[in-house]
Design a protein around this ligand. Structure first.
Ligand code: UT7
Length: 341
């Protein structure tokens, strides 16, 4: 082999760049399902659902709306807000556990819907933690100069994996999507660090057992509800509290920050009691957390970016604020990201 006769371009060996979320957007389908609506379907009550989870209502997609449709609508809003055209997007990452289909990826379907013909497309599977996993992948690509403008989406049609006879799960989830545009920025504001973690030994505590290669969808699987969510609620609750508190602490430690420095904590919107317990572990009052789960329920991978978008729009997050995002999901997976807005 002979050495190249010219100087090679080494795109990933440039100095790391500061990566920022330059815009966000979210979309929820029109139909609202209240706790009172659920009282007519399963043996439950508004009082039980609200006191145990903090949820009052959730949005449910129309039958002909798939995850990619929700994702594309959120993406349009983020692109408009950023002033970015579809052609400028060079990577689309979609975090979801309810893809339109096994393949192609939901990201490819979003690409078609928004006309982002220059983008590479990839789905990220980390359940409710997926958005922060996807955002960290995007951060690495931009930081080293390999990509310039990345569309990161968390999108779910959780109603498509819901067992509407199982009151322990069907009251908790909702449909929706959130999107962020990530770009390099000269300014100091940006993503500071991300902590990602997983424990696959606990996979059975939260899963959709059938519909994959281990147990393909069959009449029997559908009749037994195995193509829907199965969850050991109390166990998940305990692990969510320790996982989120641990990830949050590690993210702060890596940046030499104290929890008092954080203006707003945006947690995965699964359950207000989980968030309270995380607050107690971290020694933070509840008014430092942003919550919108009362109106949307648990939208899995969409929840943290939907919450961030809303927090920014209502002025709860201001330019220069230190913001901590922290999530937990099936796998188990967990993650935290610290950023200067
Ligand atoms: O995104 C990450 C994934 N998921 C989560 O983060 C969820 C984590 N877990 C939780 O949020 C909570 O465990 C739940 C909200 C799911 C349940 O709250 P809990 O305080 O852990 O209740 P539980 O499961 O211990 O159930 C208490 C009782 C049971 O009745 P018995 O056995 O005490 O007679 C349940 O059958 O509540 C009953 N129950 C309900 N009652 C009315 C369960 N679901 C319902 C319901 N309505 N919807």
């Amino acid at each position: 082999m002979s050495a190249p006769t010219h100087e090679l371009v080494r795109p990933c060996m440039s100095a790391l760049r500061t990566v920022s979320i330059t815009a966000t957007g979210f979309y929820v389908p029109d139909r609202v399902m209240t706790n009172a609506d659920l009282e007519k379907i399963v043996d439950t009550s508004d009082e039980w659902i609200f006191t145990r989870s903090g949820i009052r209502e959730r949005h449910i997609a129309a039958e002909d709306q798939a995850t990619s449709d929700l994702a594309a609508a959120a993406a349009q809003r983020a692109m408009e807000s950023a002033g970015v055209t579809p052609d400028e997007i060079d990577f689309i990452l979609v975090a979801t556990c309810t893809p339109d289909m096994t393949f192609p990826s939901t990201a490819c379907l979003v690409q078609k819907l928004i006309g982002a013909k220059n983008a590479a497309c990839l789905d990220v599977s980390a359940a409710c933690s997926g958005f922060l996993y996807a955002m960290d992948i995007a951060r690495q690509y931009i930081a080293c100069g390999a990509k310039q403008t990345i569309l990161v989406i968390g999108a779910e049609k959780m109603s498509s994996v819901m067992d509407w006879t199982d009151r322990a799960t069907c009251v908790l989830f909702g449909d929706g999507a959130g999107a962020a545009i990530l770009q390099a920025r000269e300014a100091k504001y940006g993503l500071l660090t991300s902590v990602l973690g997983s424990d696959g030994t606990l996979n059975e505590l939260l899963m959709v057992p059938a519909g994959g290669s281990r147990q393909p969808a069959s009449h029997e699987a559908i009749e037994q509800g195995l193509t829907c969510i199965r969850m050991a609620g109390r166990e998940v609750f305990k692990h969510a509290v320790t996982g989120m508190a641990g990830a949050a602490r590690e993210a702060l430690l890596r940046c030499g920050a104290n929890i008092e420095d954080v203006a707003c904590i945006i947690p995965h919107q699964a359950n207000s009691r989980i968030i309270q317990a995380v607050g107690q572990k971290l020694g933070v009052p509840m008014d430092r957390f942003f919550m919108n789960l009362e109106r949307y329920g648990n939208t899995s991978a969409a929840s943290v970016i939907m919450a961030l978008d809303e927090a920014v729009r209502i002025g709860r997050v201001q330019r220069g604020d230190l913001v901590l995002l922290v999530v937990f999901g099936a796998g188990f997976t967990w993650a935290a990201s610290l950023l200067e807005w």
